[in-house]
Design a protein around this ligand. Structure first.
Ligand SMILES: [Zn+2]
Ligand SMILES: [Zn+2]
Length: 182
């Protein structure tokens, strides 16, 4: 499914919910784009600052991997959420995150239409990373999947059974990579 263009929605929201304040001389004061395939930990973000290389950024980025297969209302809700952040930063010139101005504007927008709902947190499922390691208990041989290596993690059941629930070095897991058979 091709990604829908974000700019027309941005301009409509700007008129309907931000009194035109996010556009100056017919240009958006914040750029809006889809991410590449790597933005997977959040549905959207707003950022304003200077990158490592000294390049200035002021943009809203929506996650294409997370949003591309969701209904349009999910895209609208995420875009509108990030536009509230941009409005607070660039128009109100306040630094507040999800503070009182955010909540007030969100509630106003939610009360004014029924097509989408802005929420404080993006509620779309983040694809789960599959575990890469087996943590193996030297005492009972139990294997537990781990996404990353956790140093000194011990087998809970052996610590409970043999060491009165206290961590014990004889139950410290060793790790072996999980080999995917697919
Ligand atoms: Zn936010
Ligand atoms: Zn064990």
């Amino acid at each position: 499914m091709p990604l829908i263009p974000l700019l027309p929605i941005f301009h409509r929201f700007n008129r309907e919910h931000f009194a035109g304040s996010l556009v100056y001389e017919s240009k958006p004061i914040v750029s809006v784009r889809w991410s590449d395939g790597r933005l997977r930990n959040t549905a959207g973000l707003y950022r304003h600052g200077i990158k490592h290389g000294g390049e200035r950024v002021c943009e809203i980025v929506l996650s294409s991997p997370l949003l591309e297969n969701l209904p349009k209302s999910a895209i609208e809700s995420t875009l509108c959420h990030e536009m509230i952040h941009a409005w607070i930063d660039l128009v109100l010139k306040i630094s507040e995150g999800h503070g009182p101005n955010f909540h007030a504007r969100m509630e106003l927008i939610n009360a004014s239409q029924a097509q989408f709902k802005v929420s404080v947190r993006h509620q779309y499922p983040v694809p789960v990373k599959s575990p890469k390691w087996w943590g193996v208990c030297p005492s009972c041989g139990l294997k537990l999947p781990y996404k990353r290596l956790v140093k000194h993690a011990a087998c809970k059941s052996c610590c409970n059974t043999f060491h009165a629930g206290k961590w014990h070095s004889s139950c410290v897991l060793s790790y072996e990579p999980i080999v995917n058979e697919t």
